[in-house]
Design a protein. Structure first.
Ligand code: IVH
Length: 693
């Protein structure tokens, strides 16, 4: 056979596409293939070859395009032609009976009437809406806020069970939306997490999060590698839909080759609904996908229309939520675990037990008070359940099963990771490792250190930090300044150019301000504003690092809690050693305006908000100026705001200021109010000071 001419090629391509989609449906939806894999592969290859020699005939809906499209920068907004509603919840049989009674009342039926309902699984996935025009898939979107979602068509096309070309002759309207759920099976979820574990990537907490992360992938080839599934249960159109009941809708979807939410069962009256929901409670965990309840719908579409909706939920449907599953097991140990924020959390290590689809051997006890309140002891038999169906927690102790040998848990006084003091501040439930340089906190600490408002190291993101710490290249902040080009270039996802860029950004960050450095250290209770106050009052790092608690708390705006935290930080020889190493690395900054220059009563102690366009300085410079003179810069207007400086284009913040009767002025007025308008390039005065004192 020779090469078909263009007309012939187009026809054969169209024929192959329909054929392949037909076999996709047989294989992926019906699980009943008609041809052998190699025959399917041959059809697929023929289509690929034809498309390769006729690239102008390639369309997004071709089966060959299901492997993913080129990555995009962001998703386009996708307005829904019909809002995507949410469901009201029922938690027990009585809630279901009330729902039934309400339906009857609204429909003017007597209490004896019997309503026909459908009952189907509530899949714990993500709601999606697919748009079809003239029998072709044109767009798929997430739920978003129910009115507008995100166009994730490229990712949805990778799901082979979703038909891109529909069979003819079903009487479907020319344009409609199909609603359903995308999700990952428990098996696929476990496979993805195992793979991520090997690659050192953070694990997904549950299949739903994994599905959400997949459907929002900007690179659809990633989505193509994860086997997303979809099931559909609804169809919406301005045109006539050839169905008069919910069950017929499901049948119509099935004939149109959509994977449907099976089984959709019929129930005559609410007592049958109650029975079906109760049965499902015991059977759902055997399914290979997460189901968090059952959806009950009035079967007749005419009655559905009559019932209508109330505040974003239909009156004709309700979600019956399963009570969380529980399991009984034994506490072997209680260990203190240090989290990324330094919180020290007691965790029960237990005899492994199967719960809600996974084997559980650890459960959080949250904090010391919780351990006391529940009186959990080492050796106890306990009931556990999954909070929000994700994190296992101990609900209750089986006190009757105690032998008397159980032991109480005591919070360690020292951090199990670094040996620093574990401190629980007054009024707080959480105990923390007080050493800000504790390695358990290093990764979050570095993220903060590098952030824009701290040392501003562009390109030093979480993925890079993860590798730097895991490979032992960075053990504290100062190590960043010892990194070499070779070390950076050797990291994953780091091309030569970006290694050079990162190195330059690290170098550039050495020129900073004392306030930024103090903020970057991540001292507890020291946010940006407090760092500014400390820097401007102390004037030099030398004074700050040797200040006593009393000295610190005598500063306006520095309370006893902050003073204790700051003094405690600098009292630690490890912190002093770190500062010495940062100094030695060559950090320099411009000296902050000293306290004596802060008599500016116009700014000191007041809160300013800048809005609209500023002519003489950037917003950041204006905010720095306010802070350097003892004022506060906020981003939103509230009753605590003293003054709003508004430039051209100011909008809602200005309106709010007027509404609250807050002083409003222009940028020029603001500048003229300052005794000596600053040089816009250098608001705090250029006193170059080296850290090497
Ligand atoms: S019907 C008018 N049926 O649950 C509302 N929803 O809480 C139409 N869901 O946004 C929803 N399984 O994403 C329906 N069998 C099912 C469902 C289901 C899961 C999701 C859906 C919806 C949410 C409502």
């Amino acid at each position: 056979m020779g090469q078909p001419d263009d007309g012939g090629a187009a026809a054969r391509i169209e024929q192959l596409r329909r054929l392949i989609e037909y076999h996709n449906h047989r294989y992926y939806v019906l699980d009943a293939p008609e041809i052998a894999d190699h025959e399917y592969d041959a059809l697929f290859r023929e289509l690929q070859d034809l498309e390769a020699s006729h690239p102008e005939l390639v369309t997004p809906n071709s089966p060959t395009q299901r492997v993913g499209a080129p990555p995009v920068e962001s998703f386009a907004p996708a307005p829904h032609a019909f809002p995507m509603l949410s469901l009201a919840n029922a938690f027990d049989a009585n809630d279901l009976r009330e729902f039934d009674a309400r339906c009857k009342r609204m429909l003017g039926m007597g209490p004896e009437a019997i309503i026909e309902y459908t009952v189907e699984a509530k899949i714990d996935g993500l709601g999606i809406s697919l748009t079809y025009e003239q029998g072709h898939f044109v767009r798929g979107a997430t739920r978003g806020d129910g009115t507008t979602g995100e166009d994730v068509s490229a990712n949805l096309r990778t799901i082979r069970a979703i038909p891109t070309i529909l069979p003819d002759g079903l009487g479907l309207p020319s344009s409609f939306e199909v609603r359903g759920e995308v999700f990952l099976s428990k098996t696929e979820f476990a496979r993805i997490n195992a793979e991520r574990g090997i690659e050192g990537l953070p694990l997904f907490a549950n299949p739903r999060n994994a599905a959400a992360g997949t459907i929002r992938q900007l690179d659809s080839s990633v989505a193509a590698r994860r086997r997303l599934q979809a099931r559909f249960y609804d169809i919406r159109s301005d045109g006539r839909i050839p169905a008069s009941t919910q069950l017929e809708v499901v049948e119509l979807l099935r004939s149109a080759h959509f994977p449907t939410n099976d089984p959709t069962q019929m129930a005559l009256g609410v007592e049958e609904v109650v029975r079906l929901c109760g049965e499902a409670e015991h059977t759902h965990s055997a399914l290979d996908f997460a189901v968090d309840g059952m959806v009950v719908k009035v079967n007749s579409l005419a009655l559905q229309a009559e019932l209508g909706q109330v505040s974003r939920s239909p009156r004709w449907a309700i979600a019956y939520k399963f009570p969380p599953e529980r399991a009984r097991t034994r506490v072997l140990r209680i260990v203190a675990q240090v989290g990324r924020t330094g919180a020290v959390t007691p965790v029960a290590e237990m005899e492994p037990v199967f719960l809600d689809g996974s084997t559980v051997s650890r459960a959080t006890l949250h904090n010391e008070d919780e351990v006391r309140r529940k009186d959990v002891r080492i050796g106890d038999f306990v009931w556990i359940q999954k909070a929000g169906d994700i994190i296992p927690e101990v609900v209750e102790v089986d006190v009757a099963a105690r032998s008397g040998d159980e032991q109480e848990f005591a919070m360690p006084a020292e951090c199990p990771v670094c040996g620093g003091a574990v401190v629980r501040e007054e009024g707080e439930a959480v105990a923390r490792c007080s050493n800000p340089l504790c390695v358990a906190k290093l990764k979050t600490g570095l993220q903060h250190f590098a952030s824009r408002r701290a040392m501003d190291i562009d390109g030093l993101g979480p993925a890079i930090i993860e590798q730097l710490v895991d490979r032992g290249l960075v053990r504290d902040f100062a190590d960043l300044y010892q990194l070499t080009h070779e070390q950076l270039a050797g990291l994953d996802r780091m091309a030569g150019k970006s290694a050079a860029n990162l190195l330059a950004a690290i170098e550039a960050s050495k020129r900073t301000s004392l306030a930024r450095l103090v903020f970057a250290l991540g001292i507890r209770h020291v946010g940006e504003h407090v760092a500014d106050v400390l820097a401007s009052h102390m004037g030099s790092l030398e004074r700050l690092r040797s200040a006593t608690e009393d000295e610190l708390s005598s500063i306006h705006e520095i309370g006893p809690q902050i003073a204790a935290s700051v003094a405690g930080f600098f009292a630690d020889p490890r912190a002093q050693a770190l500062l010495d190493r940062l100094v030695a690395a060559g950090l320099t900054w411009e000296e902050a305006r000293s306290t004596s220059n802060m008599e500016d009563a116009f700014i000191a102690g007041k809160t300013f908000v800048f809005t609209g366009k500023l002519e003489h300085m950037t917003r950041e410079e204006a905010e720095a100026l306010v802070r350097s003179r003892g004022g506060r810069a906020a981003s939103s207007v509230s009753a605590k705001t003293h003054c709003v400086v508004a430039g051209p284009g100011a909008g809602s913040k200005l309106d709010k200021a007027r509404e609250l009767g807050i002083e409003v002025m222009s940028e020029d007025e603001f500048l003229s109010k300052l005794g000596s308008p600053p040089d816009a390039d250098n608001p705090t005065g250029p006193h170059q000071q080296s850290l090497a004192f």
